[in-house]
Write a protein that binds this ligand. Structure first.
Ligand SMILES: [Zn+2]
Length: 73
């Protein structure tokens, strides 16, 4: 074995797909966490998700770049 695989918190299955991009189907822009940079007032850090391919539960929702100057207002 060796590799640690994510387990679904709902059905307990291990058929979890990691790192799926969270996207919109419409062209209304991105869904993500807002952050500030030197050049861009508000950037958007996209979500990634680990999703159980058996029951459809999103086991984990996260961004790949932590430590940004998150825009909190
Ligand atoms: Zn599941």
């Amino acid at each position: 074995m060796g590799e640690i695989t994510a387990k679904c918190t709902h059905c307990g299955g291990s058929n979890v797909v990691c790192g799926v991009r969270v996207d919109q189907t419409a062209d209304a822009g991105r869904i993500g966490l807002a952050y500030k940079t030197k050049f861009v007032v508000i950037g958007t850090e996209p979500f990634h998700a680990d999703v159980c391919d058996d029951c459809g539960t999103i086991v984990r929702l996260y961004v790949k770049t932590p430590g940004r100057a998150w825009y909190t207002k």
